[in-house]
Every structure is written in structure tokens, then in C-alpha cells.
Write a protein that binds this ligand. Sequence first.
Ligand code: SF4
Length: 392
Amino acid sequence: MTERRKTKPVRVGDVQVGGDAPVVVQSMTATDTADVEATLRQIGELTEVGCEIVRIAVPDKAAAAALPEIVRRTPTPLIADIHFDYRWALASLKAGIHGLRLNPGNIRDPEKVRTVVREAKARGTPIRIGVNAGSLPPIPALEEGELPPTTPRRMVDAALWEIGLLEEQDFDLIKISLKAFDVPTMVEAYRELAPKVPYPFHLGVTEAGTPRAGSVRSAIGIGILLAEGIGDTIRVSLAADPKEEVPVCWDILASLNLRQRGPTLVACPTCGRIEIELIPLANEVEAHFQKLGKPITVAVMGCVVNGPGEAKMADLGIAGGKGRGVIFRKGEIVKTVDEKDFMSALIEEGDKVIAELEARSNGGSPSDSTSADSAGSPAPVISLEEIPHPGR
Ligand code: SF4
């Protein structure tokens, strides 16, 4: 992982983006914004699954008219997504919106952009310059023999054009996104702009697709950049219920050890050596710990090849073997149980790990000193001989 790019922090409501803030998770409602109750319901659902900033489309007067009520009742900071008509940006600002997104390909009149910036500046509201490869400004006339600019270059130029308009008015509450469906295009655009400006980046692969393909594309595009230290907030765009986007964002962040929300499951992929019914167990374990929503790492492993190693590195783990399983808690073997008792043993030991986590985050001492001592220190070395394994 490369050291994170230094950026000027901005505040979207009470959420900081950029600077030393953790990478923030975003999504977007899919409701008709004019329908206040449906929009607030979806904002609530997104918030519940871990969305920290919610964007809502403001395409017309009816949507703009709904904003004061939505802003008044939202539990989460909101960004108004504006295309084409700058009047809805002004109406959103007047409604107290926490941030704006403007597309430089769609509002090309500098005077209209300046009007919006003046109003945003007066209110201290940040603006995201949201460049999209699918709606770029036209290419200026080319000199004879001149090659047309590449798409990443056009994206960067569009962003720089609008950044210029904002900076002209001493406005620096800026975030930038350079989204494309094509992953190499989007990666190149962000990389090219990164050394040129100090503003935080919102990362995303646009119109990424249905959940499986879209999650993979997003994870690759966003993941490459985050691993290079680029990116301050992320959104995964899926052709699905927006609630499905948020866990994917969290999985991307957890995969790079940037942030964790809820459990991380380490599960063996199974092979010919499998000695327990692993897949149903892994699903049951994941569902149980997801419900609890605590940042615990649980390993469910099918045999003694990698099982003990992975299980002892997790907060909680099980290494199966011929109808029995060894339960590890914080690197230590705590018990061996029969297959019928796997789930109950994992629930019981998981409760202890969670109690320790909570005691530590509240600044108190963990109730179980043995496990507390082992937390933070290297896991004890366990030889395979020490692990009861009827099959060996
Ligand atoms: S842990 Fe064992 S069963 Fe699972 S994939 Fe590895 S070798 Fe196969």
C-alpha cells in the first residue's frame, strides 16, 4: 500500500472527506426525489447498512421542492446531484443541502457555474466536480495533424476547466470524481489528475453493471487506486437496489485493511480434503455475525492443511477434521467440539470476543484476561500434533 495522497479536507454535513479522515462510503437513492417519504425511507435503509453520505438526484422543480423536508429529516448528510439546470443547484443550496455534485459536461455556461459557486461559498457548502466519461464536453477544434486527446485526458481537462472556475472565486471546498465504465480509463484519469490538484477524490466506476460484474469492476478500479493511496470517498454503482452497493464498498475497504464494518469471514474454498460440511456452516456463521454487525474476523476452515494457521490468525476460528473441530479464540485453542456443536460453540466464543472488543473500545479492561493478553501479541505457535484430529 502506498502512502495516502495528502488532500485538503472538506466537510459534508458532519462527515469529513479527505485530509486524515477514513475513506468515506457513499451511495445514491433510486427513488423519485419528489416522493419525500420514499426517499427518506431509502436514505434510512442506506444509513442502516453503513452509507455515510447519500446522493439524491435533483432533476426538476418537483425534486427541488421536496428538498427542504428531506434535508430537515435526513439522518445522513446529503449531496444534490445536478445536471443541466443550475437553478436546481441554487434551490438545493437554499434548502440547506450538505453538498452539491455538478457535471462540467452538462453545465457549460461559466456564468451559471459562478452563480452557483457564489451561493455555495456563502453557505460553506462543498461542490463535487463530477466528470463522467459518457458526458464529456465537446473536443475543441483540432489543428491540422493534431491527434484528438485520449478519454482520460479529456476527463482531466474537463475537471481542470471547472476547478479553474471555482478557484477563480477563491472557492476550495472541492471534491472531484472522474468516472468511466472502462476501468483502465478511470484509473488513468485519476492517476493523471492526482499530482495536479490538492482536492479529495471521490472514486467510482460508473454504470458498473449488475451486482456480480459491477462489484468486480468496481473493486478492481477503486481497489487499484486506493492501494496507490488515491481516494477519499467511494461509491460502487450497481444495477441493483442501492442497499447492495454499500456492503461492496465496505468489502473493498476491508480487503485493503483500510476500514472494517461488521464481520470479515475467512472461509476455505473447500477441496478434496474437506472433512466437514463447510459451506452451510460458513453461510450460517456469516449470517450470524453480520446480524451482530461487529468488526470481528472469523475463519471457517475445512481441514488441517491451512485450517489451524488461518483459524489462529483470526479473532475466532474453527479448523475442521473428520466430524470434529478445533475452536480458536485470539490465537489459542479453547475447545474441541463435535460437528453438531460447531455453530453453538462459535456463537459462544464469538460473544466473548465481541465483549472483549467492546470493553477495549470503551477503555475498560477485557473480562477475560487470557484472551486479552493474547490480543495484540503474536499468536502462539501451535504444532499440528497438538490439534486433536481423528483423521491423522
Ligand atoms: S483448508 Fe483444507 S479443505 Fe479447505 S481448501 Fe484448504 S486444504 Fe482444502
